[in-house]
Design a binder for this molecule. Structure first.
Ligand SMILES: C[S@@+](CC[C@H](N)C(=O)[O-])C[C@H]1O[C@@H](n2cnc3c(N)ncnc32)[C@H](O)[C@@H]1O
Length: 316
């Protein structure tokens, strides 16, 4: 039986290198197995680390991994949208470094019972927090209207076969509701013509991605995180975000640009009249990506993009 929490932290040296010198307070918004947090505490052994994860099992694994640092860590099961409550509970702390390594841990992906994997038979679930989230992927597939399903697959899956997939789902669910990951993965594999399937890429990838984003409200969660962060960073504090697909990376890139250049004056105006002040600067003009070596060691890291924003000395 598997007892170890299965996850290799991505871009961990880079995450540590981007932390401000003499970091004293850290917020890890995606503890997972606690890998990044541990690396940060090794570098800043006196720092206080606050951490959240919406997945109870991740939280348990992180607490175990960070046991040596128990006295200086404050860990809670919470999602990004619960950060305001988390901050209030802890007396409104400010942070030198905030990290979010968004997406799934390998542990969530490899456990068939979590229902994230199209490679293994399991319930069509996909909830990151099965204790508190009610809506599963099976519920969405079996109960959403044609319009809702199309919206999910088009907006979150960027897939060109959305209409065909949704049409087939609607026909099949008339006779039997979807229950398992394999039922859905096989349907998608049949609907997308073989000659149009990308080599080395499971045809169900984007459909599963889309459903997962919808089940976990992932893009809205990311927006709340980005809304919350500026007020929680100390002057000179930094925010590092790792994303794994272009929808999230785009949101982060645009928000960072807006923080760096919030002026909304017409471009032909010779001076600024809107009064919007930059919050700081983007430290990564292009996203930092994983090296060939890291991808060879951990193929799941290949789509990771790290972007870092530094708050100004005077901003808060
Ligand atoms: C890629 S893993 C993090 C791995 C971690 N950095 C490490 O080194 O072990 C992503 C984690 O973020 C959590 N997560 C994703 N979205 C979240 C959200 N909106 N709120 C809280 N946790 C979230 C997932 O449950 C998962 O455990």
């Amino acid at each position: 039986m598997k007892t170890q929490f299965e996850h290799i932290s991505v871009l961990s040296q880079e995450v540590v290198d981007f932390a401000p010198e003499s970091t004293q307070t850290i917020l890890d918004c995606t503890l997972g197995g606690g890998g990044h947090s541990k690396r940060l505490l090794e570098k800043f052994p006196d720092a206080k680390l606050y951490g959240i994860d919406r997945d109870r099992l991740a939280l348990k694994a992180a607490a175990k991994r960070l046991k040596t640092y128990e006295e200086q860590t404050r860990l809670s099961q919470a999602s990004f949208s619960e950060l305001p409550t988390f901050f209030t509970k802890h007396g409104g702390p400010l942070f030198d470094y905030i990290l979010a390594d968004i997406g799934l841990s390998s542990e969530q992906l490899v456990r068939p019972e979590r229902g994230f994997s199209f490679l293994q038979e399991g319930p069509l679930d996909m909830r990151m927090d099965p204790d508190r989230q009610q809506i599963t992927a099976a519920y969405l597939v079996n109960n959403s209207s044609e319009h809702e399903l199309l919206k999910i697959l088009r907006n979150y899956g960027e897939g060109r076969f959305a209409r065909k997939i949704v049409g087939t789902i609607l026909a099949v669910r008339e006779t039997k509701p979807f229950e398992t990951t394999r039922e859905l993965a096989e349907l998608v594999g049949k609907v997308i013509p073989k000659r149009l399937q990308k080599q080395g890429f499971n045809p169900a990838t984007l459909t599963f991605q889309a459903l997962r984003i919808a089940v976990n409200n992932e893009l809205q969660e990311l927006s709340v995180l980005l809304e919350q962060v500026p007020a929680r960073l100390k002057p000179n504090g930094r925010l590092s975000i790792i994303t794994f697909h272009s929808l999230e990376d785009r949101i982060v890139k645009h928000q960072f640009r807006k923080w760096e250049n919030p002026c909304v004056c017409p471009t032909d105006l010779p001076y600024c009249i809107c009064g919007e002040k930059p919050l700081g600067r983007v430290l990564t003009r292009r996203p930092v990506k994983t090296s060939k070596n890291e991808v060879a060691d951990n193929p799941r890291s290949r789509s990771a993009h790290l972007r870092v924003f530094a708050l100004d000395k005077t901003a808060s």
